[in-house]
Design a protein around this ligand. Structure first.
Ligand SMILES: C[S@@+](CC[C@H](N)C(=O)[O-])C[C@H]1O[C@@H](n2cnc3c(N)ncnc32)[C@H](O)[C@@H]1O
Length: 236
């Protein structure tokens, strides 16, 4: 029996409420950004190698939590056939749209404002690659699990999945830190209003059990003095 519309609408409202602060935060961050020239390379060696690996599929690529679309445009200019991005921050999506139009890439680009539910509007098994860059660990654990289920449904067998995660924080560090309020196991609300789902390498691999881990490395951002974790997975 189909889910009654009233239940779907109620669920959507809950999702909007859950991420209202995050949405406000990212819209504010993006407010300072301008339309940019899309490039195949970001200038960060490890990221560029990951994008080149992803784009080797030559097919359509999806990015959930795409921000202003920079990684998607890099994928497109590196050989992907088309790009689709979803982000809850409308300002970020507006910039991505404007970049596509300004650089005549709109025929191969689609950007959607919204959250996890928007993934349900996409065609199953229609993507040969996906980017989840600093998003799985920005979600409530149940939504991170839903995101993985959508990836299973939307990606073709053999598709490439690029995951970027924040550093894993040791429990002793995080529990004594005033910036993080524990909400449930491994899940914190930051003083900024953002969330941190503190995902270990092993937890990520167990979440993505229908994928094979092909490679893993660190990328260091000198300006923030922080390293992120990069993972290459292929869909079984
Ligand atoms: C840390 S930024 C990463 C942006 C981009 N992926 C990158 O790596 O440059 C997190 C992004 O996820 C988006 N985001 C946060 N929560 C979201 C949600 N529930 N649904 C969709 N997008 C979300 C934010 O608006 C923001 O653009």
């Amino acid at each position: 029996m189909p889910t009654p519309l009233s239940i779907i609408m109620r669920k959507k409202k809950i999702d909007v409420k859950k991420y209202a602060e995050a949405k406000r935060y990212w819209n504010n961050v993006v407010a300072a950004e301008v339309i940019y020239e899309p490039k195949a390379a970001t200038g960060i060696k490890e990221i560029d190698e990951s994008i080149a690996w992803l784009a080797q599929s030559k097919g359509p690529i999806l990015d959930f939590g795409c921000g202003n679309g920079r990684l998607l445009f890099a994928s497109l200019l590196s050989g992907a056939s088309s790009i689709t991005g979803i982000d809850i921050a409308s300002r970020a999506v507006n910039i991505a749209d404007a970049v596509a139009v300004t650089h005549h890439l709109e025929d191969k680009s689609r950007f959607i404002t919204g959250g996890i539910d928007e993934l349900g509007s996409l065609t199953p098994h229609s993507f040969d690659g996906a980017i989840l860059s600093n998003i799985i660990d920005n979600l409530y654990p149940e939504d991170a699990a839903a995101l993985v289920r959508y990836m299973n449904n939307l990606l073709t067998p053999g598709a490439r999945l690029l995951v970027k995660l924040n550093p894993f924080l040791e429990k002793t560090h995080i529990d004594n830190h005033p910036e993080y309020r524990l909400m449930s196991e491994n899940f914190y609300k930051e003083s900024s209003g953002l969330f941190l789902y503190n995902i270990s390498d092993a937890l990520l691999v167990s979440m993505l059990k229908t994928f094979t881990l092909e490679a893993q490395r660190l990328v260091h951002f000198t300006q923030y003095n922080v390293s992120n974790r990069l993972f290459h997975f292929t869909k079984d």
